[in-house]
Design a binder for this molecule. Structure first.
Ligand code: GDP
Ligand code: ZN
Length: 289
């Protein structure tokens, strides 16, 4: 499923051909990225007959902070940050936790990196923590759409994968898409031809083909509300540096805040968990109450 609207969408057939696809109420609404089965009608259009099991569903919050699924079956999410607009303190942690809960790989991309050197950073800025993220095992890449180092470092990451770009508006997601998909206009033109209407690339979630094997999902529009409200368990689980101490707290349901005998706090005191990560966890926990 390359594009999905309310009652119809565009699919890619095994031959690579793209075609319009009508939905049936009984089957439900597929998402961008869904693997579907269809029946072809005489006029050579497709009717949805099934949606295959989803490996995962990627959601973001809508204006009412409700969870809104925008795509399915992703391999990874690229969290794009930039020196300008500056990310808020816990933004990256929120994304990392949410992406972890989906079981997909997060990749941190510092775009506009040519501006980074000129900046003085606050100690609690996510940009000061890029080395720490690497140490935690997250891939961290620097890109620029306006100069060195360019965007080539992304190719090995994107190859053979289905990826989505996430991040606040203004960090350069559309600029990256334009760099990575040189035939973007051709691809949207083809989609428009298939539907017989124009495709609104500023509001529609679209799965594009990359010049290498692999796909990139563009979901323009509102990222400002961030992700959905997370459960506490999701939150603890998403801090992968806490994992070695799982089950070591005195209480099974320890929230790692002020409970006695908390193994996570001990680990922070012993320098085994980075203090700033723990502080971020505590702030997210507070916001979740
Ligand atoms: P989006 O809202 O995340 O899709 O961000 P855009 O791609 O629309 O980019 C926002 C602004 O940042 C635009 O004015 C871009 O020209 C600019 N921009 C994008 N990438 C870079 C970059 O690598 N360096 C600099 N200096 N500006 C960039
Ligand atoms: Zn604890």
């Amino acid at each position: 499923m390359l594009v999905s609207y309310g009652n119809r969408g565009i699919i890619e057939l095994p031959t690579g051909e793209r075609t319009d696809c009508k939905y049936r109420r009984s089957i439900g609404r597929p998402y961008c990225g869904d693997r579907v089965s269809v029946e072809m009608t005489k006029d050579n259009s497709a009717v949805l007959t099934g949606i295959q099991h989803r490996d995962n569903e990627f959601a973001r919050a809508n204006a009412r902070l409700q969870k809104q699924v925008i795509a399915a079956n992703l391999d990874q999410a690229l969290v794009v940050i930039a020196p300008e607009p500056q990310p808020s303190t816990d933004l990256v942690e929120r994304y990392l936790v949410a992406i972890h809960s989906l079981g997909i790989r997060p990749v941190i991309v510092l775009n506009k990196s040519e501006l980074a050197a000129k900046q003085s950073l606050a100690a609690d800025s996510p940009l000061s923590h890029l080395g720490d993220y690497r140490e935690l095992g997250y891939p961290v890449l620097a890109t620029s759409c306006k100069g060195d180092p360019g965007t080539d470092a992304l190719w090995p990451i994107l190859e053979d994968k289905v990826s989505i770009l996430v991040g606040q508006s203004g960090v350069g997601k559309s600029s990256l898409i334009n760099q990575l998909i040189p035939d973007l206009g051709l691809q949207t033109g083809e989609l428009s031809r298939v539907t017989g209407k124009g495709i609104h690339t500023t509001t529609t979630t679209i799965m594009y083909s990359l010049p290498v094997e692999g796909r990139l999902i563009d979901s323009p529009g509102v990222w400002e509300y961030g992700l959905w409200q997370m459960e506490q368990a999701e939150l603890g689980d998403g801090f992968i540096d806490f994992h070695p101490f799982d089950g070591h707290c005195k209480f099974n349901d320890c929230r790692h805040s002020s409970e006695p005998g908390c193994a996570i706090r001990d680990a922070v005191d012993q320098g085994l968990i980075m203090k700033w990560r723990y502080d971020s966890y505590r702030r997210l926990l507070e916001q979740n109450r």
